[in-house]
Write a protein that binds this ligand. Sequence first.
Ligand code: FES
Ligand code: FES
Length: 154
Amino acid sequence: METITINFILNHKPVSVTCSPNKRLLDVLREDFQLTGTKEGCGIGECGACTVLLNGKAVNSCLILAPQVEGAEVVTVEGLADGEKLHPLQESFLKHGAVQCGFCTPGMLMSAAALLDENPQPSEEDVKEAISGNLCRCTGYKQIVDAILETALD
Ligand code: FES
Ligand code: FES
């Protein structure tokens, strides 16, 4: 089978992976780097559970093929915390009870992180828009929106 070697920055470190050129970024992350925080819900770009940052933008990693990240910077939920210190968004999600089963949480965090990087003082509408591609079937979204808004205020 044809393989390709891809070099990119993953969670702030240079990495290299050799894989099939049609392997999805989602599978590269989970299988080749054991970064299982990134989840697969639908696999077709509908649920946002697989959201990661690609050059600072929130993307669905189930829709990105490995060669597309050559030379790029990818951040997964594992790259959000600073060592043992949680990211302020993670602290706020905990404080607000914005996590129930947790399946959507990594994707929600990454969409929120992309928003706050671009717009540090978002309105409630901005937050709702930013997470509009992230489905949660547990929380009803209010706690998540509140958690993101409070992070923006801190
Ligand atoms: S698994 Fe990628 S959007 Fe649902
Ligand atoms: S916490 Fe369960 S899907 Fe969001």
